[in-house]
Ligand binder design. Structure first.
Ligand SMILES: Nc1ccn([C@@H]2O[C@H](COP(=O)(O)OP(=O)(O)OP(=O)(O)O)[C@@H](O)[C@H]2O)c(=O)n1
Ligand SMILES: C[C@](O)(CO)[C@H](O)COP(=O)(O)O
Length: 263
């Protein structure tokens, strides 16, 4: 009998990039992931950011439901910094559904799965690698996060027919019900990282929950299974392109990178 231990499997990080949203808060136009930043679609920046991380071997892009072929053609036109297996699948009507559809294409040998918003095109590679490393070190769910810089007020839940609790832009004055201690709050970003079984289980068990019951991020779903979720430092440049001013900021970050990094 041989006493040579089998070689450990090579690390295989697979990334799901939900990119099927319309970008309503950005205003009218083509879907947000296809809007240009420095002449390149937001989605391409996001795929390149993920492919830059050394352990990433697979990237699964979740395209608008009727746009998978177009997205595939678009990605084929843009070189990546490293070779990765690139899959494009059609998405769904909510972010949660889109991630679930992306999970169906997850390779069986992935030991870490990251979920990264296409709408966060400028996340630095160090943030991605820190998230993947923390999962590999044993955490079932890892989230990059930053301290909150505004004071946050709590308001009453809107009644039936009220504005979505996550996407309200304000309007009528609303009564305040409390002021949580800011030191205990964190604003979370992506990529969020998971042990594959934890994320698959969460999406299997919580599929179909929407509205007030739906989670706005994947770690929130894993939390509901009672599994621990840990935070690692996020990065200012991992901000989400949500409103028009975010496009201005993203262009400025890219311009500064061109000056300091020469690309
Ligand atoms: N049905 C959906 C909705 C959202 N997303 C993706 O989830 C990420 C984060 O969502 P968000 O910034 O809210 O994007 P949108 O839903 O497009 O924005 P909005 O709410 O302004 O329409 C984005 O990359 C978006 O493409 C998705 O894949 N499928
Ligand atoms: C996942 C996320 O980006 C973490 O901050 C965020 O929750 C997405 O929320 P959105 O309402 O889809 O913008």
């Amino acid at each position: 009998m041989s006493d040579i231990a089998p070689a450990p499997a090579a690390p295989h990080t697979a990334v799901i990039i939900p990119a099927a949203g319309r970008g309503v808060r950005l205003g009218p136009g083509i879907p947000k992931a296809l809007r240009l930043l420095n002449g390149v679609p937001i989605l391409v920046h996001a795929v390149r950011a993920m492919a830059a991380a050394r352990s990433v071997a697979t990237v699964i892009v979740v395209a608008p439901p009727d746009g998978a072929e177009g997205v595939r053609a678009l990605l084929d036109e843009h070189p990546l910094p490293r070779p990765v297996a690139l899959h494009v699948v059609p998405g769904g009507s909510t972010r949660q559904e889109s991630v679930r559809l992306g999970l169906a294409a997850l390779p069986a040998d992935a030991d870490v799965v990251l979920v990264h918003d296409a709408a966060r095109p400028l996340v630095p590679v160090d943030t991605t690698e820190a998230v993947a490393a923390a999962v590999r070190d044993g955490a079932p769910a890892v989230v990059p996060a930053l301290p909150v810089t505004d004071t946050v007020k709590q308001i009453a839940a809107p009644g039936p027919g009220g504005t979505s609790r996550t996407k309200s832009q304000g309007g009528e004055p609303v009564p305040v019900t409390g002021t949580p201690d800011r030191a205990l709050l964190r604003a979370v970003q992506t990529p969020q990282g998971f042990a594959p079984d934890a994320l698959l289980d969460a999406h299997r068990r919580l599929a179909g929950l929407g509205g007030e019951e739906g989670a706005t991020d994947d770690a929130g779903m894993v939390e509901r299974l009672g599994l621990p979720v840990v935070l690692v430092p996020g990065h200012e440049e991992a901000f989400k392109v949500t409103r028009p001013l975010d496009l201005v900021l993203a262009e400025a970050v890219l311009a500064r990178r061109r000056i300091t990094d020469g690309y």
